[in-house]
Design a protein around this ligand. Structure first.
Ligand SMILES: [Zn+2]
Length: 390
């Protein structure tokens, strides 16, 4: 089949590709994954290729996706028609297997992984003690930029360290929700006192409270002992379940998580990697009923992610006592990671009553669950100082 052959050629050339066999499904897959390039045939079962091309090019969410029309129907008039519907390239079938990856490269640039080891390393670090507090805060450094996931207590040390290094004058802080543990360090963030610092804060509003008010309240509560006034330039962005370009080459797609209060998870795409951050959410796991399609919905976002950072608050035994409270068990998070074939897994938000010495047991349990599903996924439980490169 031509589709399968194209996939093989592209994957040999270092690209990650996905085959959608039902063209009626294609548009929803394209909107969700936002590929750099869509290859389509004029004659496809279901929806014809030029109609799909036109849909991609006229939808604001997908209009920047490149489209190559591959067809044996290589009449001049057909090529012109493809162009008029926005096609970026017309590739005649049967195509030259050597030329094909080169044509793809011309259209959408080199594969995401090319040169990864040298320049596009993405560094993830965890900040803040877990025992007794367990307040999430992670930094991601990539493409010369700094991103912060939640502002738990560790954000103070994070800010102090990066100010000392002097590398960044700007950062993006993504807040999942306004439960206290996720913003308990916010007011003490040293960046806020720096006049030359530009902080972008991204997060949800609640139905009865705008994000600006939520932030103000969170800051007042967490000012700590630093009496210096706030001088940084702060830009607040209220987000919902859409896709946004944070800055050139960095996209974020928030999604609603299964947790009390308005809670977001984030799909972050940068440097050719996809990171999914979902610190507070309850997976239904294998006990899901037909009406509980949350795991499936989020699974589609998580599939093949380079890194999944997921809630795994409880052991299975403790989870039984805390069902329907908005947090997941180690087993359900590990199953979810294996089912969706993620490349790396970080389990976050282990219950504060567990001592750090217990975390290796949680990691071993998660690995056992994944191995039971035939998956070998590197996995750690988040604690202060944890660092990994993706
Ligand atoms: Zn919460």
């Amino acid at each position: 089949m031509v589709g399968t052959l194209s996939m093989e050629v592209l994957s040999d050339a270092g690209y990650s590709a996905e085959l959608v066999t039902d063209s009626r499904m294609a548009m929803s897959v394209i909107k969700e994954r936002k590929p750099r390039l869509v290859l389509l045939d004029i004659l496809m079962p279901g929806l014809d290729g030029l109609t799909l091309c036109h849909m991609i090019k006229t939808d604001p969410v997908t209009s920047r996706t490149k489209v190559a029309v591959v067809s044996a129907k290589s009449f001049k008039s057909e090529m012109e028609r493809a162009k008029s519907f926005g096609a970026d390239m017309f590739i005649k079938k049967p195509y030259d297997l050597k030329e094909f990856p080169k044509q793809v490269r011309v259209l959408c640039g080199p594969p995401a992984g090319e040169g990864k080891a040298k320049k596009n390393v993405l560094k993830v670090r965890a900040w803040g003690g877990r025992e007794k507090t367990s307040t999430p805060c992670l930094s991601i450094e990539a493409l010369g930029r700094l991103f912060i996931l939640d502002a738990g207590k560790g954000v103070q040390a994070l800010g102090a360290e990066f100010l000392k290094q002097g590398t960044y004058k700007e950062a993006w802080l993504l807040i999942s929700h306004f439960h206290e543990d996720h913003v308990s360090g916010l007011g003490a963030l040293p960046f806020l006192r720096e006049e030359s610092f530009h902080l972008h804060v991204i997060g949800p509003s609640e139905p009865d409270k705008k994000i600006t008010l939520l932030l103000r309240e969170a800051m007042q509560k967490s000012m700590g002992s630093d009496p210096r006034p706030i001088k940084a330039k702060i830009q607040v962005h209220e987000v919902r379940e859409e896709s946004y370009e944070l800055v050139s080459g960095v996209r974020v797609a928030p999604f609603y998580a299964n947790h009390p209060t308005t809670t977001l998870g984030y799909v972050l795409e940068l440097g050719g990697r996809r990171i999914v951050y979902c610190p507070d959410t309850e997976l239904y796991g294998e006990a899901a009923t037909a009406l509980q399609d949350y795991d499936e919905k989020i699974g589609r976002l998580v599939r093949s992610a380079d890194l999944l950072i997921h809630d795994a608050r409880y052991t299975d035994a403790d989870y039984a006592q805390h069902k329907d409270e908005g947090h997941s068990s180690v087993t359900s998070a590990a199953q979810f990671a294996a089912d969706n074939e993620v490349r790396n897994l970080l389990l976050i938000h282990a219950d504060p009553s567990y001592p750090d010495s217990f975390l290796p047991t949680m990691e071993a349990d998660a690995k056992k669950v994944m191995e039971g599903k035939g998956a070998q996924i590197p996995c750690s439980v988040v604690r202060d100082g944890l660092s990994l490169e993706v």
